[in-house]
Design a protein around this ligand. Structure first.
Ligand code: ATP
Ligand code: LTN
Length: 329
């Protein structure tokens, strides 16, 4: 039997090239080597307020986008988290073995809670639900961007603690980062991770941006006071543009160095914009075709949920038995 892969993405904002290069491209690439489950994590999204109508629409659109980037429903399962109640059931059981201190140490929790006036319990519990997502399916491999490494480590700690308290129940998952592009930075602020939730026209390139907008955003990207690419003195903005180019083109380090050394920033930006536009064009075309097919997305989501719900339920049953909870015999 093939090992299982699991990963998730929140239906918030608009998916961008950071999501694509850090995670989604890898999802499509490794799906044939594993039994893959990819999940639109709407229960994670509501840890911060979401407009209900918008959320509903974003779930559909994100599913369409995941199919457009190449998730193959004949091979992989594409599901919405809230369609499978087992995620929440297991999350509660895991909550009960997780020390609050572990959760308070999470970088993402610290950043998100600092930005809120009142901190919803969901923001603190966020990584426990993520651990439940992963452990429900005995996933060995979790392809994510660099910002999620800490959460996967925590998943291992929670699994280990559960196993030592209640006996071997969960498989230990491992993070899978892309070799290039695990952390794409904002075009306007290269010190900050490119993020869906940052509103700002020059921050992120959305996967659905038209070519002229992509070019405009890249041409305006923050660089530094050098005139041309100098690999001995790379500022964060230029380094980020080179990473974006390399991740899309899949060129080797040596080829990137040779090609870009001494190139003026204007020309560098033009070439970066070209490589993004060329990669996104077929994705956007497929996206529109998929969204034009009235029931296709809904069918994929339903079939996938039907296929994997028994796996999730079996794990919940196993965890319940391990903990001594009631299970009808
Ligand atoms: P938000 O800003 O709303 O938290 P996000 O852009 O971080 O959203 P997520 O849905 O949280 O997006 O992440 C989906 C996947 O994309 C995760 O695997 C995450 O690690 C990856 N990812 C997100 N941002 C980046 C980035 N800037 N570079 C590389 N990978 C990223
Ligand atoms: N927290 C992740 C999304 C996510 C996830 C998961 C990723 C939820 N559950 C399980 C991998 C495995 C994020 O990208 N913000």
């Amino acid at each position: 039997m093939k090992a299982r892969v699991f990963s998730g993405i929140q239906p918030t904002g608009s998916p961008h090239i950071g999501n694509y290069l850090g995670a989604l491209k890898n999802w499509a690439k490794i799906q044939y080597d594993y039994e893959s489950i990819y999940c639109i994590v709407d229960l994670h999204a509501i840890t911060l307020y979401q407009d209900p109508k918008e959320l509903r629409q974003k779930i559909q659109e994100l599913a369409g986008m995941l199919l457009a980037i190449g998730i193959d429903p004949a091979h992989s399962s594409l599901v919405v988290q809230s369609a499978i109640p087992a995620h929440v059931e297991l999350a509660w059981m895991l909550t009960c073995v997780t020390p609050v201190g572990w959760l308070e140490r999470m970088t993402q929790y610290k950043a998100k809670s600092a930005a809120q006036e009142t901190i919803g319990d969901g923001i603190l519990q966020y990584p426990v639900l993520m651990a439940a997502d992963i452990l429900l399916y005995d996933a060995k491999v979790v392809p994510v961007g660099d910002d999620q490494t800490q959460h996967v480590e925590l998943t291992r700690d929670i699994a280990q603690r559960f196993n030592s308290l209640y006996g071997e129940t969960f498989v230990m998952p491992e993070t899978r980062l892309p070799s290039v592009g695990a952390r794409i930075m904002g075009l306007d602020e290269p010190e900050k991770k490119m993020s869906k939730s940052v509103i700002g026209s020059g921050h992120a390139v959305s996967l659905l941006d038209p070519p002229d907008l992509i070019r405009k955003k890249v041409l305006r990207a923050t660089t530094d006071s050098n005139p041309a690419v100098d690999f001995d003195r790379l500022g964060p903005g230029v380094a980020n543009l080179l990473t974006i180019f390399q991740a899309f083109s899949e060129w080797s380090d040596a080829r990137v160095r040779q090609h870009f050394a001494g190139m003026r920033y204007g020309e560098l930006k033009k070439q970066v914009a070209d490589v993004i536009v060329a990669a996104l064009e077929p994705i956007q075309k497929r996206y529109h075709e998929i969204m034009d097919e009235a029931t296709y997305v809904a069918r994929v989501l339903e079939e996938s949920a039907r296929r994997i719900t028994p796996i999730a339920n079996a794990t919940v049953e196993k965890a319940k038995r391990a903990m001594g909870l009631y299970t009808p015999d």
